[in-house]
Design a protein around this ligand. Structure first.
Ligand SMILES: NC(=O)C1=CN([C@@H]2O[C@H](COP(=O)(O)OP(=O)(O)OC[C@H]3O[C@@H](n4cnc5c(N)ncnc54)[C@H](O)[C@@H]3O)[C@@H](O)[C@H]2O)C=CC1
Ligand SMILES: CC(C)CC(=O)C(=O)O
Ligand SMILES: [Mg+2]
Length: 361
């Protein structure tokens, strides 16, 4: 198979983990006889530095003409004082919107070998296997108006939370479709006791559920969901929720696996190329030190191979290599490796060695 991948490393640890992932992808290409070509684009802070814009038009063009997109992360202290519209994060939000990447899949799978790396009890996290399905192109991250305004003589900030019925319907449907292939349970998370948008969300979820009679639908308020994710994470299968709730709950859920550096994601549209990225940010505290855990980005590639190219065997090979490396006790410092912690490059090399060792046919 021959595929063209747009590579957007971004800022901070973004370029470090993306470089790792591409080494792994090269190995997959070698083993399975594929050809993946890469073209790099600018997004985020590095794009601002070079072009003055967080999302240059060429980057959008590059993504549109590619078969898939691999992204690191954007942002950092250097750009934190810029106005909202000019910030690096606006680049990523703009890309999600312009490619209509409305469905963000964030799988949370506990590795038994990492039970000790989590701050939670082993018996609570062992066997966790859930999927957060986060709406990615609506909600308070995009609603208008968003501005500063003087009200009653006082500086006031306004953000707006908007959802249309069709936006809700397509993401809820995605959640149900994924649940069909999993344990047949959907937890729809909202704040319907307070927010009008959540009341519409709940109505639509009930409507869509009628098309999936074999799937259990439960509604949960987001504050309770935050607690239940820690109390009994195994009670969840598919969690479908709006943009900001999903953003927050997925960082929380990452600790079920032991580290934020473990969670991959796929952002999908109805037709065009999908975007694959770790859920973490640019980690300015460790950027440039070779300490970043590359596994979330490497696992995002596995999602790309599966969801974008239908290469199940290749996707599984990456997952198995990650499993094996962790079983061998290899750890980056975020996974409590202490003195024995591996660097980003060393961890990448371990994954590659595992891929080479298995005889895939
Ligand atoms: N998708 C994206 O591009 C995202 C970008 N950001 C941006 O990243 C910047 C930093 O944000 P933070 O709130 O600090 O979140 P962050 O996710 O960058 O880091 C949070 C903590 O997790 C650690 N961490 C994250 N990824 C890691 C990895 N792969 N290996 C080891 N440790 C890792 C960091 O060292 C830090 O202690 C901000 O500018 C933010 O806007 C944040 C989240 C997502
Ligand atoms: C725009 C991003 C910085 C938002 C975020 O934290 C995420 O997508 O996980
Ligand atoms: Mg986030």
């Amino acid at each position: 198979m021959e595929k063209k991948i747009a590579v957007l490393p971004g800022d901070g640890i973004g370029p470090e983990v993306v470089q790792s992932a591409l080494k792994v992808l090269d190995q997959i290409a070698d083993i399975f006889g594929h050809r993946f070509t890469y073209e790099t684009g600018l997004i985020g802070g590095c794009a601002i530095d070079e072009t003055g814009e967080p999302l240059p038009a060429e980057t959008i063009e590059l993504c549109k003409k590619s078969d898939a997109i691999l992204l690191g992360a954007v942002g950092g202290p250097k750009w934190d004082t810029l106005p909202g519209d000019k910030r690096p994060e606006k680049g990523l939000l703009g890309l999600r919107k312009s490619l209509q990447l409305f469905a963000n899949l964030r799988p949370v799978t506990a590795f038994s070998s990492l039970a000790e790396a989590s701050t939670l009890k082993k018996e609570v996290i062992e066997g966790v296997d859930l999927m957060i399905v986060r709406e990615l192109t609506g909600g308070i991250y995009f609603g208008e108006p968003r501005k500063r305004k003087e009200i009653n003589g006082e500086e006031t900030a306004i953000d707006t939370l908007v959802y249309s019925k069709s936006e809700i319907e397509r993401i809820i449907r995605k959640g149900f479709e994924l649940a069909e292939l999993r344990s047949k349970k959907v937890t729809s998370v909202d704040k319907a006791n307070v927010l009008e948008s959540s009341r519409l969300w709940r109505e639509v979820a009930n409507e869509v559920a009628k098309d999936f009679p074999n799937i259990e639908l439960e509604h949960m308020l987001v504050d309770n969901a935050a607690m239940q994710l820690i109390r009994s994470p195994k009670s969840f299968d598919v969690v479908v929720t709006e943009n900001m709730f999903g953003d927050i709950l997925s960082d929380e859920a990452s600790m079920l696996t032991g580290s934020l550096g473990m969670l991959p994601s796929a952002s999908l549209s109805a037709d065009g190329p999908g975007l694959y990225e770790p859920i973490h940010g640019t980690a300015p505290d460790i950027a440039g030190k070779g300490l970043a855990n590359p596994l979330a980005t490497i696992a995002s590639l596995s999602m790309m191979l599966k969801y974008e190219f239908g290469l199940e065997k290749e996707a599984d090979a990456i997952q198995e290599a990650i499993d094996s490396v962790l079983l061998q006790g290899e750890r980056t410092s975020d996974l409590a490796g202490g003195e024995k912690a591996l660097s980003t490059d060393e961890m990448t090399e371990k994954v590659i060695v595992q891929l080479k060792e298995k005889a895939y046919v």
